[in-house]
Design a protein around this ligand. Structure first.
Ligand code: GDP
Ligand code: ZN
Length: 459
């Protein structure tokens, strides 16, 4: 089992009001007692779930390092199900670092990223899909994504998966009985029974999978490319998104070279804007679309914001671009509405549909609501927002659901062809195992390590 005691700073690094250091393991309380002075109080003697005020003192020098509030939570009523001590100190990074160093000098080990959550999982406090939801919580880029991750960490997906697995176990038990007592001659009935049960499970898996696309967008952002000729207002659009207070959530240098990714939040829908320098700033756009990186960004985009200057007629290269992109998910933006209009708007309506053409003046900040509405319209098109917020958003979960679906499909087809039921049983069992992997049953150690290594330190 897990023997050593781990410690890490649990709050984001930088200048914060309060910083929390979390210590977990069998020795958590005795180690902290060596550093913590509060009169004659002994941490090893205090009741569980109590908070204590005192000072952190370096035991080797007797120097007082920090003022601190210390919370003691004994196993198993803690996040990791181990003894946990949380030390809150005010502050600056240096003093927090000092306290952590003292803990490490006195018997704790620095936690690996995700190790607290991993222990919670290994000690049976949470299942794997809940642990992954904790990763998503830390990373979530919009309110909506946050609520979904929260729901998942509370176990709404696990609950659905467990129900499904329970149905399959019942089915397998039923088949087992039939294999053991073949003289009962109920094969025909059993076949129908298996088919019905498989169909019901398939329906539920399909329902979960339809939420996947939306869930993925909520998690990773609707990948959006801003495209158009020079001077039509692409940078202005980007800045408009970025300036709004609710807008910028985070900047991440893109994984694709030369394409900067920027996350903005439009009414709770996260957009991952691909700022394609190549397309943006050169004179010959169509030629530039041929440039690999720009083409890649365009190919990857879920949504293309195609910007036009309304004060000019459509240009030849724009007509070619309309032709090339007309089957994609496009919002055409006619900008510079404040100037006399010359653009052939009807042509854009015909190509993209009226609801996907938005008129704006970025200079006067007009039309922004319309653009936001159009984006929301696309996001929710044909999809009703799942009211119970059980979205499947994790690509590992999606993959496993698809595999489970495949196995059940095979089982279903096999019963139609009157394949011997012990063969059908194998497919059903496989589906049951795939579903189990989602919540961490029957998962190999290496996968578990891989999943938990995605965490930030201290979680
Ligand atoms: P980009 O080259 O496509 O990125 O275009 P910019 O955003 O850099 O804008 C080019 C020029 O058009 C700048 O001088 C902007 O101030 C101007 N501009 C942008 N939007 C509008 C608008 O709605 N009306 C007017 N009159 N000018 C605009
Ligand atoms: Zn620009």
């Amino acid at each position: 089992m897990i023997e050593d005691t781990i410690a890490a700073i649990a709050t984001p690094s930088g200048e914060g009001g309060i910083a929390v250091i979390r210590v977990s393991g069998a020795e958590a309380v005795p180690i902290c007692e060596k550093l913590f002075h509060a009169g004659s109080k002994k941490l090893t003697k205090v009741p569980t779930h109590t908070v204590h005020y005192g000072h952190i003192v370096d035991p080797s020098t007797g120097v007082q390092v920090e003022e601190a509030l210390v919370t003691v939570m004994r196993a198993p009523r803690s996040f990791t199900k181990e003894d946990v001590v949380e030390i809150s100190c005010h502050g600056g990074f240096v003093s927090v670092r000092n306290v952590l160093d003292l803990l490490l000098e006195n018997g704790a080990r620095l936690a690996e990223p995700g190790e607290f959550t991993k222990r919670a999982f290994l000690n049976g406090r949470i299942d794997l899909s809940q642990a992954e939801a904790v990763i998503d919580l830390i990373r979530s880029k919009s309110d909506r994504a946050f609520r979904i991750a929260l729901k998942q960490s509370e176990g709404s997906l696990s609950k659905k998966i467990k129900e499904l697995r329970h149905q399959l176990v019942e089915l397998m038990a039923h088949i087992e009985v039939n294999i053991d007592y073949p003289e009962h001659d109920v094969e025909e009935m059993t076949n129908t029974f298996i088919k019905d049960k498989c169909a019901a499970a398939l329906l539920e898996i399909d329902r979960l999978l339809t939420t996947a696309q939306q869930g993925k967008i909520l998690r990773d952002g609707l990948v959006t490319a801003i495209v158009g000729r020079p001077n039509v207002g692409k940078s202005s659009l980007l800045n408009t998104f970025a300036q709004e207070e609710r807008a910028i959530v985070t900047d991440i240098a893109g994984t694709t070279r030369d394409v900067v990714e920027e996350y903005v939040n439009v009414n709770g829908i996260p957009l991952k804007l691909l700022d394609t320098a190549g397309i943006r700033e050169t004179s010959d756009i169509v030629e530039q679309i041929g440039v690999e990186k720009s083409r890649q960004a365009l190919a990857d985009a879920d949504l293309i914001l195609l910007v036009f200057n309304g004060a000019e007629p459509l240009q030849p290269d724009e007509l070619r671009m309309i032709e090339e992109l007309k089957d994609r998910q496009i919002i055409a933006i006619i900008n510079k509405l404040d100037l006399p209009q010359q653009i052939e708007e009807e042509q854009l309506n015909a190509a993209f549909g009226e609801e996907c053409v938005v008129r704006m003046s970025l200079l006067r900040q007009q039309g922004i609501d319309d653009l936001e509405k159009a984006i929301a319209g696309i996001f929710f098109s044909g999809q009703v927002e799942s009211s119970d917020l059980t979205y499947v958003s994790n690509s590992r979960h999606i993959q496993l659901l698809k595999q489970a679906k495949h196995s059940l499909d095979e089982a279903y087809t096999a019963t139609e062809q009157y394949v011997p039921i012990d063969m059908v049983q194998i497919d059903i069992r496989r589906a049951w195992e795939h579903l189990g992997e989602i919540i961490g049953d029957s998962v190999g150690d290496s996968l578990i390590d891989q999943i938990f290594s995605q965490f930030c330190l201290g979680k």
